[in-house]
Ligand binder design. Structure first.
Ligand SMILES: [Zn+2]
Length: 471
């Protein structure tokens, strides 16, 4: 009899679980639990960072069974995983394109893409596309290739009155306008722009940063923050009928995902998801009590990088720093600036200022440039020399990077250990961000765009919140 029951259970579980051919998905929220079972009351295997790549092995109604890149297996609510459409890298030219072991022209050549040939796209790193080739991951130069979608990818517009343009550039003609929550099918991608289908077989381009793949965005608003006003039970559903998962002590911080009939769906600081009565949650400011020193790079006699069209980096660094300042203040932080106008100050003074003010963190804001105008992407930096605790700088650089690279059309250029004076000359946890390449003619236009700067400021602030939550 016992054997029969086991057999029936096995058949049942097979019928509701769909196997996958190794689809990749990415976490769309930071600090989310990976569970040992498809059940909120099961044990937490690990807390995952934002934008973590997961391999989906199977699914049931609401959960994915996944393996992390460290080989850890577990279950995650589908709601917190965004699965991008399959994309291909195509050789649009008449010549061969080299496939290499690293994102540099000095690295070993392992093969070639023939004219018209395509390979499965994995990601973009340091201005090179990562492709699947002979069961391995290799690199091809992004500026020599095109990116196509194997199936239509749905994107949602983040804002009202979003322009859809004839070409993938901010200086191109406007074809039409779309509004927040509207959905489009993407057919290809170029320089951070998405080519979308319009009525009557037309297509147009929308800036990636004005869109999201995350379908949850259209049903929910933005995250808000709460603090428990009493010891509070978190349950597996929105009423007292559901199982208790955890009791949070009075004064615990939570993030609120949605509300339903007086109950809030929350994520605790340990990554546990559940519902609690909204009556016992008070609004919280996630950065209250924190002092943050922002450093708009360069100034005065030092212009910083000079852009493709001749603009100075020192000005755009200040524009972004002021937007980040406003965002951080709205989250409760006190914010100081290393310079408040266009004057020169040494990097050593900037670093020391963080210690003198007793700031919780220092963030230096910059924009990159290179002689090769093809290069693009966002990088963050930390420094491990002379540090009381080198982890702090890395953790800050990583948290900001993971948030900033969720912006569509912003590509990864790495989290790097660099001996920069502003990071070295301080004992305060410090990081530096290079938001994009001013030397790239397309990315330069993006960098100077006000809506892009606002989105980037928001993501930098979200990264700073994640840093303090994970400290
Ligand atoms: Zn700079």
């Amino acid at each position: 009899m016992k054997k029969l029951i086991l057999l029936i259970t096995a058949v049942l579980s097979m019928s509701i679980t769909t196997a996958y051919a190794d689809t990749a998905g990415y976490t769309n929220i930071s600090g989310i639990a990976l569970y040992s079972d498809a059940d909120y009351t099961s044990d937490v295997a690990v807390k995952l960072s934002l934008n973590t790549r997961l391999t989906i092995k199977s699914e049931n109604d609401d959960w994915y069974n996944v393996v992390t890149q460290d080989g850890l297996n577990g279950w995650i609510d589908k709601y917190f995983v965004t699965v991008p459409a399959e994309k291909y890298v195509i050789n649009p030219s008449e010549s061969l394109i080299n496939i290499r072991t690293s994102p540099t022209t000095q690295s070993k050549i392992v093969g070639q893409l023939n004219p018209g040939e395509k390979a499965k796209y994995v990601d973009t790193f340091h201005s090179w596309h990562i492709i699947e080739y002979e069961n391995n991951e290799y690199y091809v130069a992004s500026w020599l290739t095109d990116l196509e979608y194997g199936e239509a990818q749905k994107v949602y517009l983040l804002y009202d009155n979003t322009y859809i343009r004839e070409q993938p550039s901010l200086d191109s003609d406007v074809l039409s306008e779309g509004n927040r929550h509207e959905c489009y099918d993407v057919v290809s991608e170029k320089n951070g722009w998405l080519q979308v289908a319009l009525p009557y077989g037309q297509t147009g381009y929308v800036a990636g940063w004005l869109t999201t793949y995350n379908q949850n965005y259209s049903s929910e608003g933005e995250l808000s923050y709460g603090k428990t006003a009493a010891n509070l039970n978190i349950r597996s559903g929105p009423s007292e009928m559901y199982d208790k998962i955890q009791t949070l002590a009075e004064g615990s911080d939570v993030r609120v995902l949605s509300s339903d009939n007086g109950w809030d769906k929350v994520i605790s600081s340990t990554g546990v998801v559940g519902w609690c009565s909204g009556d016992y949650l008070s609004e919280a400011y996630p950065l209250s009590g924190k002092l943050i020193l922002l450093d708009p790079g360069h100034g005065g006699k030092d212009p910083g990088s000079i852009s493709y069209s001749g603009k100075y980096e020192k000005y755009v660094n200040m524009e972004v720093a002021l937007k980040v300042k406003a965002k951080l203040e709205s989250m409760g932080a006190e914010v100081a600036l290393t310079r408040t106008g266009d004057y020169y100050i040494t990097n050593k003074e900037r670093g020391r200022m963080a210690d003198n003010l007793n700031a919780d963190i220092l963030l230096s804001i910059h924009h990159n440039s290179l002689e090769n105008k093809d290069y693009f992407g966002l990088s963050t930096y930390y420094n491990t020399i002379h540090y009381k605790n080198p982890d702090y700088g890395y953790n800050l650089a990583e948290a900001i990077y993971l948030n900033a690279t969720t912006v569509k059309g912003v590509y990864r250029d790495g989290i790097l250990d660099r001996n920069y004076e502003v990071l070295r000359e301080t004992n305060t946890p410090a990081a530096l961000i290079e938001i994009g390449f001013m030397s790239n003619p397309v990315e330069e236009l993006t960098i100077h765009n006000e809506s892009f700067q606002n989105i980037m400021a928001e993501k930098i602030a979200d990264g700073i919140v994640d840093y303090f939550n994970n400290k």
